[in-house]
Design a protein around this ligand. Structure first.
Ligand code: SD4
Length: 333
């Protein structure tokens, strides 16, 4: 009898209340089990709470798609987050404009871009995936759809820290999109991208951001672009990205990572090779940009790689709990 059949019988037994207590208490996913439940997210400071929310779902046999949505929502709901959700930094005209994408184990995709005044863009993206025949909604149409799906219209105001940062920006209004200044403050940790493998052996991912601080109005980065900020192929693996969106889009970065894994590379090697591709094709000076990828494969192996020093991510497994990984990087001083 295979694992899936066992799970079905356990499920039916639990519903009927007929299973002996000892059997019900069996661990659902022992570390040496066939499926290695795992969740990863970009930026360890965010992983601390976001991975926990995701893990709470995964450890109860929840699906990877539910886990990644709930996980990144922790960052979306954090009013102190500089770079995700409505508390984040605005565009150069003072509007907080959010991008998000989600992908499940069956090539289901949903995304929103330039979405304003909606607390959880990842939920809107999921609704695009599940409730429409489309894959992406933008701007006012995305907002209208979110409201139709029961999300609230939030006030058009900046959080106190975003207002302060914006006031500071307005002193010069210099339009000079910079690499992520991660580590410059505890709250500055950019986009959150999260990928997970659940007990059923299914992969999913989610990515959500306010994009570059003080970006041009209407600018859309990689995070809502499937294949750039996020890609999942349930037969192979999943990848997500953070950093300079233009370069991640130019390289189809997350898709590239998954394709390298398809060629047999370990997730770590795949992320490294995708960063190297960016170094070959970008028209920009490498020191002016930052890109980080994280990836998992179907076996639950994981990896990450960045262009510059400073990128970290959090990995949660049964064996090790939450681990902080300081990413390897390409540009050595
Ligand atoms: C984006 N990757 O929109 C996202 C986040 C970002 O500097 O802007 N980072 O490009």
């Amino acid at each position: 009898m295979n694992r899936r059949e066992w799970m079905r019988i356990l499920g039916i037994g639990a519903v009927l209340g007929v299973l002996p207590k000892r059997l019900k208490a069996l661990p659902l996913d022992p570390p040496d089990g066939p499926n290695k439940t795992i969740v990863l997210s970009t930026w360890y400071n965010q992983s601390l709470t976001a991975n926990e929310a995701a893990w709470n779902i995964l450890k109860k046999q929840g699906s990877a798609i539910d886990a990644v949505e709930a996980g990144v929502q922790v960052s979306e709901n954090d009013p102190n987050n500089c770079c995700v959700g409505l508390g984040a930094n605005p565009d150069r005209e003072g509007h907080v404009s959010l991008d998000a994408s989600i992908m499940n184990h069956q090539y289901g995709i949903g995304a929103v871009a330039a979405l304003e005044r909606i607390q959880s863009p990842i939920h809107t993206a999921r609704m695009v995936m599940e409730k429409t025949p489309h894959v992406m909604l933008v701007g006012q149409g995305a907002q209208q759809f979110a409201l139709e799906q029961g999300q609230a219209l939030m006030p058009n105001t900046l959080s106190p820290h975003a207002q302060k940062a914006y006031d500071n920006y307005l002193k010069t209004s210099l339009y000079q999109p910079k690499i992520n200044i991660e580590k410059s403050s505890p709250s500055n940790h950019d986009t959150i991208g999260m990928i997970a493998l659940d007990i059923q052996g299914n992969l999913s991912g989610a990515c959500t951001t306010s994009g570059m601080a003080f970006k041009m109005r209407g600018r859309v980065g990689d995070s809502p672009i499937i294949g750039a900020g996020l890609y999942v192929d349930n037969a192979i693996g999943a990848a997500t990205a953070t950093g300079h969106g233009e370069e991640i889009i130019r390289s189809c970065g997350s898709f590239l990572v998954v394709e390298f894994m398809r060629q047999g590379m370990h997730p770590q090697a795949a992320c490294k090779k995708a960063v190297e591709r960016i170094t070959q094709i970008t028209p920009r000076a490498l020191k002016d940009i930052q890109v980080g990828f994280i990836a998992i494969n179907k076996k639950g192996e994981h990896g990450g790689y960045a262009l510059q020093k400073g990128f970290d991510y959090g990995v949660t497994t049964y064996e090790n709990g939450l681990q902080k990984i300081d990413s390897e990087y390409h540009l050595k001083a």
